[in-house]
Design a protein around this ligand. Structure first.
Ligand code: ACO
Length: 332
């Protein structure tokens, strides 16, 4: 086993967005804001909102079925489910285990991963290690979020940004002769800035109480300006490091998929690393920020509409609460 070294390919992708929409015009009725303000500051026009009965594992189930089918596999073929989310169904059991049961994926380990919006790159990074070493052959990475249940719809700085959605990629061992691979990945954490994007309640730090709910500790708190600044800095660094490690420049990369938090952050990151916007995939206007699901949703859309083709080099970069960040370069 020690000498075994396999390559990793994306064998299938899929995404699911709940049908209900929350438009900027709808938000105008909830908070003091305008469609023009939101569009100009974020690039977001509408977001998908889960039905009250839907939790993250329900959205994930829809996306996972598609990705597993696209990979030409059945749920029994999956060796491991890695489920990045900041909006799990419960603290316990994990959403990954709930999904495992729903899928009938009987032969796998399953766990949740908390790295906020960098979660999908963290998940792909771990999946790659399992595959590289020969430990596993097929790993389902699935980002799924129901952020609408954790957003304060009276806080206009936050409620305009987030939506619900899910997307999956099956990472599989590349067979001999296949050129698909992950060149490298780089994941970082900066816990010192943890409170810039913060969900106080839901863990062991704060006992659930009427007082805590009255104080809105069950919803997302954010310092928008500082998040913006750190997003550009850390995503820029992650993308740059990933390119430099592989001796590549923007000319070698066909598509850049950054975390889809808002259009101004994406444009600032592209400028920071001198990357042309024509090669940046932006799928934000009709989805908003779906945290761990944004990168795989954007990737799946671009694969389905033919922008991303086999053999192309794709750069991913993300930034999220924690703070976390990461970069990953792959040949699709
Ligand atoms: N509509 C109208 N006015 C608003 C709104 C709104 N929805 N939200 C804030 N404002 C007001 C503020 O109250 C403030 O008013 P004041 O000057 O009277 O105090 C004014 O607009 C400017 O506020 P700022 O916070 O400085 O506005 P900014 O230009 O920074 O835009 C925004 C706010 C869009 C949140 C911006 O900071 C941002 O994009 N930050 C990044 C946040 C983000 O994307 N987070 C996603 C989560 S992070 C992740 O995904 C990893």
């Amino acid at each position: 086993m020690a000498d075994t070294f396999y390559q990793t390919k994306i064998s299938g992708t899929g995404h699911y967005l709940p049908p209900k929409l929350l438009t900027n015009k709808d938000l105008e009725k909830l908070v003091e804001t305008t469609d023009e303000w939101i569009t100009e500051r974020t690039g977001i026009k509408e977001r998908h909102i889960a039905d009250e009965s839907q939790a993250s594992s329900d959205l994930a189930y829809e996306a996972a079925k598609i990705a597993i089918k696209e990979a030409g596999l059945t749920p029994e073929d999956i060796d491991c489910i890695i489920f990045p989310t900041v909006t799990p169904d419960h603290v316990m059991p994990s959403s990954a285990c709930l999904l495992q049961e729903k899928l009938g994926a009987k032969n796998c380990m399953a766990f949740d991963l908390t790295a906020a919006c960098s979660g999908f790159i963290y998940a792909m990074s771990i999946a790659h290690s399992f595959i590289q070493t020969g430990h596993y052959k097929h790993v389902l990475c699935i980002g799924s979020e129901v952020l609408s249940k954790f957003v304060d719809y009276t806080d206009r700085g936050v409620c305009i940004l987030f939506g619900d959605g899910s997307a999956a990629a099956v990472l599989s061992r590349a067979e001999e002769g296949e050129e698909s691979k992950i060149y490298s990945r780089h994941c970082y954490a900066e816990g010192a800035h943890g409170k810039l994007l913060y969900l106080p309640m839901g863990g062991s730090a704060i006992r659930p109480s009427h007082e805590a709910i009255e104080a809105n500790q069950h919803t997302v708190e954010m310092n928008g300006r500082e998040i913006f600044r750190n997003a550009v800095r850390t995503m820029g660094k992650a993308a740059q490091t990933t390119l430099e490690t592989n001796g590549m420049t923007k000319e070698d990369v066909d598509w850049f998929i950054p975390h889809q938090a808002n259009a101004r952050i994406i444009e600032a990151v592209a400028k920071h690393i001198d990357f042309p916007m024509e090669k940046v995939i932006v799928e934000l206007a009709d989805i908003g920020n779906t945290s761990a699901a944004t990168i795989p949703i954007a990737m799946d859309r671009a694969i389905r509409d033919g922008r991303i083709k086999r053999g192309q080099n794709i750069l991913l970069a993300a930034f999220g609460g924690g703070l976390t960040s990461g970069g990953l370069l792959l040949k699709y």
